[in-house]
Design a protein around this ligand. Structure first.
Ligand code: NOJ
Length: 454
């Protein structure tokens, strides 16, 4: 019992958050390069110019991953490193970097899981309207085809998009993320439609241009819900909440898992969103929906916490407030381990695909102790609590394919800059020294026992 034998234990990062080398070897600008330089967007004006310098230190990082026992590394490609203008001329040096990275991973027995897009749109494409441009799905197809042709001899697993909810919701609706826009409702739904079409076109590109068979999925986030008790009506309410609009604002649409994933897996926009916001939707055809719903091999979910709900009198979900002093991580996110039980269960029931937890972890105020080590008992406790729940889901029949800790190393946490530390490896940004945290050694034991020690 417990996790199946083939269950994959990995760690994740993303290009802009770790690579640095923002102006090296022909890389083009992306929207984060530009956004970080505009005052007021990022904590203390931090940027990803250097980040963890993974571009130069990937060998050392891979050696540490190996020491941690990681079986897989989920990382994203920088589109503008490969295509500095977003389309057209390929930057060979960009491909070279990822060749070196992938080869080194394979030499160390670590399986590469490649995310095509983790929020760093080439700036040249932004200047043409970015995701609002109806050509954006074609741009993505071109980029994904190049990636497929070049890397699929060695990479077997791909994710198209990471958290499209943040691309649209934070990038274009609240403006907290690059490109920092606050578009109106018509543009908002057009952008969503383009992003979802891009996902489908990306899947096609990977299938059509890969030189060997590849497995493809997507890694969304979204608001997840927990039943406040084990009563069947509360479970039903939490399940319903996970896939339906919980609120009447456009910002609620951004985090509605059903809104983003029903088109991808079921080929339709949910009725409740259409009813409320239909007039703002672009005209779309059955062919569009067919293009969005492309057969996928697995479902990836980034998952950190969930909101408890109970069934109201008519059965509909009612949010349950948390008690005073409820545990939170450094970034102020609630600690809700049960989300790793309920969400995979609900997602598997609805979409019927093997589930990867593509991100999970916590930020803590870690520092180097007098003994030179980084002691992070809270993270160890967090990991055990969450993974016990995931194991329970596996034992209850959810087809779980793997788990990726966020993150392999401390890194650039978007608008929070370097103020939040999510890593299993501590990074001293002054010297780029890396130190395995206690949780990294502990994770190694979890991996070694395939979760039996939980
Ligand atoms: C979601 C994102 O994919 C990742 O980039 C981010 O750093 C983590 N979660 C933590 O916020």
């Amino acid at each position: 019992m417990g996790f199946k034998k083939e269950f994959v234990w990995g760690g994740a990062t993303a290009s802009y958050q770790v690579e640095g080398a923002a102006y090296e070897d022909g890389k083009g600008l992306n929207i984060w390069d530009v956004f970080c330089k505009e005052p007021g967007h990022v904590y203390e004006g931090h940027t990803g110019d250097v980040a963890c310098d993974h571009y130069h230190r990937y060998q050392e990082d891979i050696a540490l991953m190996k020491e941690m026992g990681l079986q897989a590394y989920r990382f994203s490609l920088s589109w503008a490193r490969i295509l500095p203008d977003g389309t057209g001329k390929v930057n060979e040096k960009g491909l070279d970097f990822y060749d070196r990275l992938i080869d080194a991973l394979l030499e160390n027995g670590i399986e590469p899981y490649v995310t095509l897009y983790h929020w760093d749109l080439p700036y040249e494409l932004h200047k043409q309207g970015g995701w609002l441009n109806p050509k954006s799905p074609d741009w993505f197809y071109e980029y994904a085809s190049i990636v497929a042709r070049h890397f699929s001899d060695r990479v077997k697993y791909f994710f198209t998009l990471n958290e499209p909810q943040c691309t649209v919701g934070l990038g274009y609706q609240t403006g907290e993320h690059a490109p920092g826009l606050k578009v109106g409702p018509y543009d908002y739904f057009q952008i969503w439609h383009n992003v979802l079409l891009a996902h489908g076109r990306g899947v096609d590109a990977l299938r059509e241009h890969s030189v060997k068979p590849v497995k493809v999925g997507i890694a969304p986030c979204g608001a997840l819900y927990l039943p406040a008790s084990e009563k069947p009506e509360d479970i039903k309410a939490a399940n319903w909440a996970t896939f339906h609009l919980m609120g009447d604002q456009i910002s609620d649409v951004s985090w509605d898992v059903g809104f983003c994933m029903d088109p991808v897996f079921l080929g339709q926009y949910p009725e409740d969103v259409l009813q409320k916001f239909g007039p703002y939707f672009p005209k779309f055809t059955d062919q569009d929906m067919d293009q969005i719903k492309r057969p996928l091999d697995f479902y990836g979910q980034n998952m950190y916490n969930a909101v408890p709900v109970r069934a109201g009198e008519d059965g509909s979900p009612v949010r349950v407030s948390r008690y005073d002093g409820f545990p939170k991580t450094a970034i102020q996110w609630p600690v809700t381990p049960e989300c790793l039980y309920w969400a995979p269960k609900f997602l598997y029931e609805r979409y019927q695909k093997p589930v990867y937890i593509t991100e999970n972890g916590m930020s803590a105020h870690d520092w180097v102790s007098l003994d030179g080590e980084v002691h992070d008992p809270n993270r160890i406790d967090f990991n055990h609590r969450y993974l016990k729940e995931l194991k329970k889901a596996a034992e209850d029949g959810v087809d779980l394919a793997g788990y990726f800790a966020w993150s392999v190393m401390d890194n650039f946490e978007w608008a929070y800059g370097y103020s939040e530390r999510f890593g299993l490896i501590y990074v001293d940004y002054r010297t780029q020294e890396r130190i395995l945290k206690d949780s990294a050694y502990d994770f190694r034991e979890i991996i070694r026992s395939n979760g039996e020690n939980l």
